[in-house]
Ligand binder design. Structure first.
Ligand code: HAM
Length: 415
């Protein structure tokens, strides 16, 4: 049997997993600051949850879901996204009867049967946030403030926000816009790509973000949704823009931004980076005030987003950050083991070479593992009850009595 990994999936390890953990830690910290608590929903859900929520006519439901039948013939699906599951949780636990607002975040794998390429996988990881119960644009603002804080903390400079409003379900809002759009498109239908000819019937908004050059040319002069939504949606959108301005969040209004999932209403947004090439969206989200109703539950205003963790990692600096750990170098096994243990007991992540290779080779390993501090136990040090402490960041080296080691490590690490 030839062992091989499933197409579009990968093992995460080494420098990559460190970057994943780094971003996850920052997210956990920031989401906590904003009052969100973590939820872990199952990877497997009933297919209907996504078919109804994300929408039958979307690419995700139409051609990208990993669906299977269980032994009783029930159709189950590996989740392609997280929002529908969190909404299911809120509805089935009647959370909105007990709370005016509910805030969750999640981190985990999602599955979509897409053509794999750089930044696009069949198993990929999302970090998402969902905020239920608040209809006003300050909730939308909060999404972008959290994202901005995250991008600052992980030092991402190349990302920018694009925003739009796609209106609501009121007769004079999105439904009216759709009619106007279809009338416009029908007059030009023979020049649209075959996908868009189909979309024009099932999901006309998606024609607006088609990448085909001819469709792009046609939609340039198409009706603009943010100009044709109802007065309420227009007011919310301009309120959001002035809140974003007041908080110095930089964004562009992209009148063609409509998102690929059907549950959105009003505000939609995406996070872009030109450094991602073809897969330029690092994240996306928006309002979905109508989703609870689609599931037959009373209406709940809601807003959220998800970031593609795999894509954020691609955007981070290439270099591996220096680790916060200690590497003990020496040839005397007893002395090395004792010092390693003392460092670990004191709360420092500590490694050593169990083969006690040559000192030169041990130093090489300390470099390779990006260790922050190297402790050297040479013959002289052991004889005098000392240890040599080398801070790898500035190459400063001091010989100190072993009793002062804790103080010395505290000075370097600050904890
Ligand atoms: P989405 O735009 O479908 O939204 O996905 C969010 C992000 O997941 C994308 O911007 C992208 O970075 C990442 N992503 C999607 N597909 C792949 C893939 N095949 N490989 C790697 N990364 C990928 C949603 O999923 C919504 N649930 C977001 C949301 C939450 N809206 C409201 N709340």
């Amino acid at each position: 049997m030839k062992l091989k990994i499933v197409k579009g999936t990968r093992d995460l390890y080494g420098a990559d997993i460190k970057k994943f953990q780094f971003i996850e830690d920052k997210c956990r910290k920031i989401f906590n600051l904003y009052g969100y608590s973590e939820i872990r929903t199952p990877v497997l859900e009933n297919t209907e949850l996504f078919a109804r929520g994300v929408g039958e006519d979307t690419d995700i439901v139409g051609k990208e879901m990993y669906s299977l039948q269980d032994r009783r013939g029930r159709s189950l699906t590996l989740r392609p996204e997280g929002t529908a599951s969190v909404v299911r949780h809120v509805i089935t636990n009647t959370l909105m009867n007990q709370n005016k607002s509910v805030k969750y975040f999640y981190i985990g794998p999602m599955f979509r049967y897409e053509q794999p390429q750089k930044g696009r996988y069949r198993q990929f990881y999302q970090i998402g946030v969902e905020y239920f119960g608040v209809p006003t644009p300050d909730a939308d603002l909060e999404m972008m403030l959290m994202l901005q804080q995250l991008f600052n903390e992980i030092n991402l400079k190349s990302v920018s926000f694009q925003i739009n409003t796609i209106g609501c379900q009121n007769e004079n809002c999105r439904p009216q816009f759709k009619k106007n759009l279809v009338t416009y498109l029908k007059e030009r239908s023979n020049t649209l790509c075959t996908d868009c000819q189909r979309r024009m019937e099932n999901n006309p908004l998606r024609v607006l973000d088609c990448k085909n050059p001819t469709c792009k040319e046609i939609t340039k002069s198409a009706p603009k949704i943010h100009e044709e939504v109802c007065e309420d949606c227009k007011t919310d959108f301009s309120e959001l823009k002035s809140l974003l301005d007041a908080h110095e969040v930089i964004y562009d209004v992209n009148e063609k931004l409509v998102r690929g999932l059907d549950y959105y209403s009003k505000t939609v947004f995406e996070v872009y980076s030109e450094n991602l090439g073809a897969q330029s969206a690092a994240g996306g989200g928006g309002r979905y005030d109508g989703l609870f109703e689609i599931y037959g539950a009373p209406t709940v205003p809601a807003v959220g987003f998800a970031l593609g963790l795999d894509r954020l990692v691609l955007l981070m600096d290439e270099g591996t950050p220096t680790e916060n750990n200690v590497f003990v170098v020496g040839k005397d096994r007893k002395a090395v083991c004792k010092l390693v243990d003392e460092c670990r007991q004191a709360g420092y992540s500590t490694i050593y070479d169990p083969f006690l290779s040559s000192m030169k080779s041990q130093f090489r390993q300390a470099n390779k593992t990006n260790s922050r501090v190297v402790l050297v136990l040479g013959e002289d040090e052991i004889a005098n009850g000392n240890v040599s402490v080398k801070d790898m960041k500035n190459s400063e080296q001091n010989i100190i009595p072993v009793q002062s080691l804790k103080t010395s490590l505290f000075e370097v690490f600050g904890f």
